[in-house]
Design a binder for this molecule. Structure first.
Ligand SMILES: [Zn+2]
Ligand SMILES: [Zn+2]
Length: 235
């Protein structure tokens, strides 16, 4: 009876509970009920991970690993689902995951900077977007971006973005409104490119310095925008 009831449910629910036979890729998960991540990149290569019902993510009725679920969710639906599909990034392209990682790391501090500005303005709402894809330059190269906004009734006051271009996937670009305030290769990626091992505490220290640098540039960028706006308003 249970099986019958499960069949009756919609596809989304079915695939969420469906038991596969692959070992789950989640660290220390012993389940052997994994279904493969369905991500296939633009060269036709599939993700090799598999996930048990507890550790898989479902997007539009398909199973994905956490990393690829974020990519699929960011690609505009009408394009991702249609015949003229937008090419999905190469499996090893780090642009989406790097943008996400740095954004998660800076999220709390950026929110609190914007909340602080909202208080100074006596209002406004902080809006945080999930991973999005944007296009830059004449060749419309793809950029993976996470965005925080401070929106007031008069419109958008600040837009903070952490972005990584697909073609230049080692470099993080930080923008405040239209201005690029910082771009750099994170220290841990530089280190990996050198292929030299590093002590964990040194790695942690460098990550912290990188984080502090980003927040410092964002903070100064906001101050500059605030000054420009005040000058404009009082002119
Ligand atoms: Zn699992
Ligand atoms: Zn995957």
């Amino acid at each position: 009876m249970f099986g019958k009831r499960r069949e009756a449910k919609d596809g989304q629910q079915g695939i969420a509970l469906q038991e596969g036979s692959a070992p789950c890729s989640f660290a220390h998960c012993a389940a052997r009920t994994g279904l493969s991540c369905e991500y296939v990149d633009r060269r036709g290569r599939a993700c090799t991970t598999a996930w048990c019902p507890a550790h898989r993510i479902i997007v539009d009725g398909h199973v994905y690993c956490r990393r690829h679920a974020g990519i699929i969710a960011a690609i505009p639906k009408h394009v991702a689902g249609s015949g003229h599909a937008q090419p999905l990034p190469d499996l090893e392209n780090r642009a989406p995951s790097l943008a996400n990682w740095v954004a998660d790391d800076c999220d709390a501090d950026i929110r609190s900077l914007l909340v602080h500005e909202a208080q100074a303005l006596n209002g406004g709402e902080v809006v945080v977007d999930p991973l999005i894809i944007t296009y830059s330059g004449m060749d419309r190269s793809r950029v993976w971006e996470r965005v925080w906004k401070l929106v007031e009734h008069t419109g958008m006051i600040y837009r903070i973005s952490i972005a990584v271009e697909e073609e230049l996937d080692a470099e993080v670009i930080i923008k405040v409104n239209q201005t690029s305030v910082y771009r750099a290769i994170p220290p841990w990626i530089g280190q990996r490119l050198l292929q030299r091992p590093i002590r964990p505490e040194v790695d942690a220290q460098r990550r912290k310095e990188f984080h502090d640098k980003i927040i410092g540039y964002v903070s100064r960028g906001i101050a500059r925008e605030r000054e420009l706006r005040n000058r404009f308003e009082h002119a």
